[in-house]
Design a protein. Structure first.
Length: 180
């Protein structure tokens, strides 16, 4: 089993954090993993993406030319990466910001209003976890308990309350995901 993922959007939408979360959890699950962030000259508000590959077998390149999963937070990123999805793959789009999707043949398109749901939850920064929830709704590869444990290791002290908020964002993303 190999899953090649591209996560893309604006800088500041938490895509690098999401990529690290997926990479760390899959490593803890005994998978071979690569994580390849791309910031370029971007700053908060510019475009950013990361590529994550996890597999039962050794991975020979961290570069994702053809992805089994795309998690796309904005329209420019959709335009850049939508052609990289493989047949049978899953494309999760933040329907709050991605409004012009192209047909993908034999792939699964999942729409979730990640930005709107994050705002409803009271913190725009959990949009990345809403996207993770939508992804989990169609790909059952990331169990909740390891996600919770990872979040608890990241959010400590005064920020410990962020664990439950992020878990709720994941659950909302799964509930609100619309498979097209």
């Amino acid at each position: 089993m190999t899953e090649r993922m591209i996560m893309a959007g604006w800088g500041g939408q938490g895509l690098m954090t999401l990529g690290k979360l997926v990479a760390n959890i899959m490593m803890d699950q005994g998978k071979h993993v690569t994580y390849f962030p791309s910031y370029g000259a971007e700053v908060r508000g510019g475009t950013a993406h990361c590529q994550v590959v996890f597999s039962d077998a050794p991975i020979y390149s961290p570069i994702v030319e053809h992805a089994e999963a795309l998690l796309i937070m904005n329209q420019p990123s959709y335009g850049r990466f939508h052609g990289r999805i493989v047949e049978g793959g899953v494309v999760v789009v933040n329907s709050s910001m991605v409004t012009d999707e192209q047909p993908h043949g034999h792939t699964t398109l999942v729409r979730v209003p990640a930005t709107d749901l994050a705002n409803e939850l009271g913190n725009i920064r959990v949009g990345n976890m809403v996207m993770l929830g939508a992804y989990r709704a169609v790909r059952d590869v990331l169990p909740e308990e390891p996600i919770r444990a990872y979040l608890a290791s990241v959010f400590t002290g005064a920020r410990a309350e962020m664990v439950e908020l992020n878990i709720e964002a994941i659950r909302r993303g799964a509930r609100e995901a619309r498979i097209v």
